[in-house]
Ligand binder design. Structure first.
Ligand code: GAR
Length: 219
């Protein structure tokens, strides 16, 4: 499995360039941006924030941070044609690792092939439970006592690729779907920067469906 360009801590070393794709609020994008700003996520930079929705609040937030932004409205377009524009844009911005952050759109096979094993997604459930929309509501209504979030590589199936990490959240007796979703979101904001750090380190291998971190070297 190919891996994104490993990042180095040296200031002269090239950083791994992230392409963030979002459709809405953008709180996961902002969590990643904060982690970079406070150096808890090192060796990466945001090359571009791209949306398929012109009015996405996350896009406005990216402009306020003076980050490069792009918008390719997807409504009414063929998926493959829209994705071809997005791929070209990501290449133009020399993106190494694509991070879907509330990008509510399935990727075409061509998109996945263009960035093999270099697309991450965050999903608000403990996959493989509750893929698709309204995952937090699904978990709540099912009666789960533990919920959570998953960061995974994107493959050609919905919410399905190799899992990089998961964080759990207890479902409390006095929860409703909204309070549960809010506590899952807090964990998402920790999980995504941590997962990106693991991937850009390059210190892992994939065994079947398992993401296995390399043991730390003793010098
Ligand atoms: C997040 O909860 C994310 O996990 C979810 O959309 C929300 C986006 O919030 N993604 C999915 O459900 C993908 N299947 P944000 O725009 O504030 O980051």
């Amino acid at each position: 499995m190919s891996q994104p360009t490993p990042a180095s801590s040296g200031s002269q070393q090239p950083r791994t360039r992230l392409g963030i794709l979002l459709s809405g609020r953008g709180s996961n994008f902002l969590a990643i941006a904060r982690a970079i700003a406070n150096c808890s996520l090192a060796g990466v930079e945001i090359a571009v924030v791209l949306s398929n929705v012109a009015g996405a609040p996350g896009l406005a937030a990216a402009r306020e941070l003076n980050l490069p932004t792009e918008c390719f409205v997807s409504r009414g377009r063929l998926r493959a044609e829209h994705d071809a524009d997005v791929i070209a844009c990501l290449r133009q911005h020399r993106v190494d690792l694509v991070c879907l952050a509330g990008y509510m759109r399935l990727l075409s096979p061509g998109f996945i092939a263009a960035f093999p094993d270099r697309i991450l997604n965050i999903h608000p459930s403990l996959l493989p439970a509750f893929p698709g929309l309204d995952a937090q509501m699904q978990a709540f209504e099912y009666g789960c006592t533990v919920a959570g979030c998953t960061v995974h590589f994107v493959d050609e199936h919905l919410d399905h690729g190799v899992i990089v990490l998961q964080r759990t959240v207890p479902v409390l007796d006095d929860d409703d779907a909204h309070t549960l979703a809010a506590r899952i979101l807090e964990q998402e904001h920790l999980a995504y920067p941590e997962a990106i750090a693991r991937v850009v380190s390059g210190r892992y291998r994939i065994e079947g469906r398992r993401f296995v971190a390399h043991a730390a070297q003793i010098s």
